[in-house]
Each structure stands twice: as structure tokens, then as C-alpha cells.
Write a protein that binds this ligand. Sequence first.
Ligand SMILES: NC(=O)c1ccc[n+]([C@@H]2O[C@H](COP(=O)([O-])OP(=O)(O)OC[C@H]3O[C@@H](n4cnc5c(N)ncnc54)[C@H](OP(=O)(O)O)[C@@H]3O)[C@@H](O)[C@H]2O)c1
Length: 224
Amino acid sequence: MTNEVQKALITGASNGIGRFLTEKLLNEGIHVIAVTRSGEIENYSHPNLTVVQGDISDEASINKAIEQIGQTSNQIDYLINNAGVGPDLGDDVPTADHLKTSFSVNTTGTVLFTEGVLNYLKDGAHVVFLSTAMALLRNAGPNGTAYRMSKAAINMYAVILAQRLAVRGIRVTPLHPGWVQTRMGGENAPVTVEQSVTGIYQALTENTESGKFWNIEVEGLEEY
Ligand SMILES: NC(=O)c1ccc[n+]([C@@H]2O[C@H](COP(=O)([O-])OP(=O)(O)OC[C@H]3O[C@@H](n4cnc5c(N)ncnc54)[C@H](OP(=O)(O)O)[C@@H]3O)[C@@H](O)[C@H]2O)c1
């Protein structure tokens, strides 16, 4: 009997959580297809890493990336929707620009990308969305409106997708990675990227419940 190599597809792998998670997956022996805006990961390469150019805010670019991914690989075990932006974190009043930017990457682009690669996923695969506890209704607060709304929308999509994909045994998990020391999280964040990635890897490979929100910080399920 052969041990089949597992494959992961991750977006936004050039920086922060996505960059470190890519390395973690490769170190665990998983082959990775990483999508980045530049088509590379600066100062990093690995024999089991394929980098595909893709801008998750741009439909034509998403479609091109999907086509390339289809030529590279199918039978994907893990889809990690990580690319995200938070242009109004800390701002009280949402602007048209912040709403547009947040939704184009965090919601529309993420949904279109996911729909486009569903056929490349193995039955029994796991789809993860990097969401945030800030988007849970009971955590509503008076700032980061566009960011919170765009991630709340992806939480809803994750629940819908969990229902649609149950027939294929595909699990879907929106998760909070912690408040993490990255470009987005800032240097005052209490969670290191390494800690967050360890938690995400655990959630990815262990038994989260499809359609339920997982919080890395409490290592457990949360109500929406
Ligand atoms: N850090 C936190 O405390 C925290 C908390 C909750 C949730 N999250 C979520 O975790 C995810 C990763 O965040 P992070 O903290 O690692 O942020 P980050 O350091 O700012 O990294 C974001 C990543 O997303 C990529 N990205 C942004 N727009 C993109 C686009 N249009 N197309 C393709 N890639 C794009 C960035 O690429 P470039 O390098 O090209 O800009 C970068 O690789 C996000 O979805 C975020 O909302 C983070």
C-alpha cells in the first residue's frame, strides 16, 4: 500500500499567516500550491511548492489562476482561503472605498475562487476560511465595519457551502486565527504567527465540525 502525498492550496501566501502556513505544510510533507499576487514568494522556494499568480480581488486573474491550478493539480486535500485585507481596522465610519476593497478580496473574490476550484478538491477534503472573531454577531463593535461585514458574509458562505458539500464528505471551517503579529494584526498582537499557524494546522488536520466556527485562541467551537 502506498502512502499518498497530501496536497494543499492556499491563497495570500506571500506574507503573514499564509507565508508561515505554507512553510509549515511543506515541512509536514504536504505539497503546496500557493497563490500570490506577484506569482512568487520572496526569498523562498521548495521542491514541493508551486506558486501561481493570482489577484483575489480581480475576476479575470482569479479565472486565470484557477485554470493554471487545474493544469497543475487536482485531488486537493486542503483549500485554505487566507488572502484578506482590513483597510478600515480602527476606523469608525465605513467609506465606499473600504467597503469595495474589503468585499472584493474577503468576500467576492474568495467565493469566486472557492467555487472555481471545488472540482479539484478530493471527496473528504477540508475547506478553511481565515475569518475573524470580530465578525461574530455577538462581538459587533463600532470600528472596522467593512472588514467585519465582509468576514461575516464569508461565515454565512461557509455554512452554505458546508451544507452543499456534505454529500462529498467535504468539511468547511471558518476560523479565527487569533489576534496575530502580522502586517494586519500589528506588533501589539498577543499571538505569534508560529502559535497561530500551529493552531490552524491542528484545526486543518483534526476533526472540526463542518459549518461551525472554530477559534484557535480557545481551541474550540464558537457560536456565530
Ligand atoms: N492578523 C490577525 O490578527 C488576524 C485576525 C483575524 C483574521 N485574520 C485573517 O487572516 C488572514 C491573513 O491575515 P494576515 O494577518 O496574515 O495579514 P497580512 O500579513 O496582511 O497578509 C495578508 C495576505 O493576503 C494577501 N492578499 C491581500 N490582498 C490580496 C489579493 N487581492 N490577492 C491575493 N492575495 C492578497 C497579501 O498579499 P500581499 O503580500 O501581496 O499584500 C498577504 O499575503 C486574513 O484573511 C485576515 O483577515 C488575521
